[in-house]
Design a protein around this ligand. Structure first.
Ligand code: FES
Ligand code: MG
Length: 583
């Protein structure tokens, strides 16, 4: 199936949404037209042309999107070439590395920002510029709800890190070498040389973190042009891709190719299969569930679990892989190459933003390095990247990334060591007298969507310093938090319902035995029902996190991790649909 249309099927200029602002012979439209002319645009530059919003998440506090200040001009060049009229609309920038307590607190705020920017302005189509972790799902959530023709332009990964000739990967190597430093094996000079070498160019984290995972997912859903998600930010191809997005979005407006025609349930199943083959970040689960449900597709934890049983990890990119980074992945053939290696797991008839099917787009895609993009006969990990566990500790599920943890922990029983909040955990972890062994299960609670608040990436709890010095580098860790996609280890995350609202995690006591069995997909607390009921009766909810402002609204409307952490009132089907603005 192709959405490409014949000339007589295309929209006419008077059918453009923006024509409601600009075309009528009335006083309001006089005002709109004269104000566009105030900006110096002659009538022939915009009259009857599709108005293309370029939603830009550039800011001075967003290192991953530094180049968007220039790239926006490349998108504009493409829009102009194709006969459109580009307008740049800045949106909330959400820098993963600088925002506290966590960007996740603001993902839905950016999604609302995008939806309302598009609704209130005279625009016909949109190029969405993002890439740093939450910006991808946020921009796509907003565009999905608004449903104007949209293309996603990923920022692209940064270049490989380098330190004394060693390759450094974002996040992953920071965690790894921090343990070496805590073990007393790295000097101050080495540590600051690493600081200077780990992020060498603009662009997003170049490991398989949340950024690379979510941009690949955007491409697999069909919301980017083919190959867009793998191009390094600093490569000239990224500039050419930017102008191509500008050219193509103008055609999409005439064709009326909207997200609703692209984002079908099958498209989300493709995204989940690709996420597995990429060795994806655990964060993908939350974002894909939210986005699919906005698009009206019923996707849940079970879809991830089913895909994880079938699709092997093929991308040898850290942290699931041991050597390579996104730059290598791009040279090896990028996402089209990877998808060509797993085509039997994909619905090839799904339409994408270029108007062609996924099958057409990956036809002839090559793989140029079999060690970076593995054949299915030689995967990095035979089953998928993620496993969903359930049991009396997590009735609504929790998540582990088996491909990134020591195999001996895939079946494990150990005593709990519980921390009620992040500061007390941080303080205790360096205590040389902490009563802990490598068999303990470290627990952090009150770190979920409401408790964190915003579900911070605290889930890779540090190994106690006392054990690091003994050479311990992995332990079972359990929380209702998320973890960075660049993190690794036997970390069980997203425990739902969260402890802050009284989920079973709230009832665990030090020394309780916890049993984890990844093959059986179970996680259980070996404490009797009667004892748990007794503890529940004694439990009191923690203090509210916010008593005013955005946080107050967040706390009232945020859904749990297994439901994608969307606001209830933004979900498709909540209340009556919002119509077009009165002009
Ligand atoms: Fe922006 Fe990792 S900090 S992608
Ligand atoms: Mg991240």
């Amino acid at each position: 199936m192709s959405e490409r249309k014949t000339p007589d099927q295309l929209k006419t200029p008077d059918q453009l949404r923006s024509a409601r602002w600009f075309a009528p012979d009335d006083l309001r439209s006089f005002g709109h037209r004269s104000r566009v002319m105030q900006m110096g645009y002659a009538q022939e530059e915009w009259k009857g042309r599709p108005v293309i919003a370029i939603v830009n998440t550039w800011s001075d506090a967003q290192p991953c999107h530094m180049h968007f200040k220039q790239r926006v001009d490349d998108v504009k060049r493409g829009v102009l070439m194709a006969g459109g009229f580009p307008i740049e609309l800045p949106a909330l920038s959400l820098s993963e590395s600088l925002l506290k307590p966590t960007t996740m607190l603001y993902r839905n705020m950016l999604a609302m920002d995008v939806e309302e920017l598009l609704r209130s302005h005279p625009v016909d189509g949109v190029v969405l510029m993002g890439g740093c972790d939450k910006t991808t799902p946020a921009l796509l959530l907003g565009a999905t709800s608004m449903n104007l023709p949209a293309i996603y332009l990923p920022a692209g990964p940064m270049l490989r890190g380098n330190w004394k000739g060693k390759t450094l990967g974002s996040g992953s190597d920071a965690w790894k070498y921090w343990d070496e430093r805590r073990a007393g094996k790295l000097s101050d000079a080495d540590w600051s040389a690493m600081e200077a070498g780990i992020a060498r160019s603009h662009g997003t984290c170049m490991t398989m973190g949340t950024a690379s995972t979510m941009t690949a997912i955007a491409e697999a859903i069909g919301m980017t042009l083919p190959g867009a998600s793998s191009i390094p930010a600093a490569d000239a191809e990224h500039i050419r891709m930017s102008s191509e997005c500008g050219r193509r979005i103008v055609e999409m407006v005439w064709e009326d190719l909207t997200p609703a025609k692209i984002q079908t349930k099958a498209a989300f199943e493709n995204a989940i299969a690709v996420a597995m083959a990429m060795g994806c970040s655990t964060n993908a689960i939350i974002h894909v569930i939210a986005q699919a449900r906005r698009a009206g597709a019923d996707i849940g934890l079970d879809d991830f679990e089913a895909a994880s049983r079938k699709v092997p990890v093929l991308a040898n990119v850290r942290p699931s892989g041991d050597t390579y980074l996104m730059e290598d992945f791009y040279y090896a053939g990028g996402l089209p190459g990877l998808m060509s290696r797993m085509a039997e797991h994909l619905h090839l008839d799904c339409v994408t933003v270029n108007g062609r099917t996924l099958g057409d787009n990956i036809k002839g895609a090559g793989v140029y390095n079999d060690d970076v993009i593995r054949p299915q006969s030689n995967p990095i990990y035979r089953e998928g990247a993620l496993a969903v566990l359930k049991g009396n500790l997590a009735p609504d599920g929790c998540v582990i990334k088996p491909s990134a943890c020591e195999p001996r922990f895939l079946k494990h029983t150990g005593p709990a060591l519980v921390f009620d909040d992040y500061p007390s955990m941080k303080k205790a972890i360096d205590d040389p007298d902490l009563d802990v062994s490598a068999d303990h299960v470290l627990i952090l609670r009150n770190a979920g969507p409401q408790g964190g608040p915003g579900m911070p990436e605290w889930g890779m709890l540090p190994i106690p310093t006392k054990l690091v010095k003994q050479g311990v580098r992995d332990m079972v860790r359990l929380s209702d938090a998320r973890m960075s996609g660049t993190s690794y280890g036997a970390c069980i995350l997203h425990v739902s319902p969260e402890s802050y609202i009284g989920g079973p995690l709230a009832l665990v006591k030090n020394g309780d035995l916890i049993t984890l069995d990844v093959a059986a997909r179970t996680i259980n607390l070996d404490v009797s029902e009667e004892e748990l009921a007794r503890r529940r009766a004694e439990w009191t909810p923690p203090a509210p996190r916010f008593e005013r402002g955005y946080g107050w609204m967040f706390a009232r409307h945020i859904k749990q991790a297994n439901d994608g952490c969307d606001f209830d009132f933004l979900e498709t089907g909540f209340g009556a649909p919002v119509g077009e603005p009165v002009i």
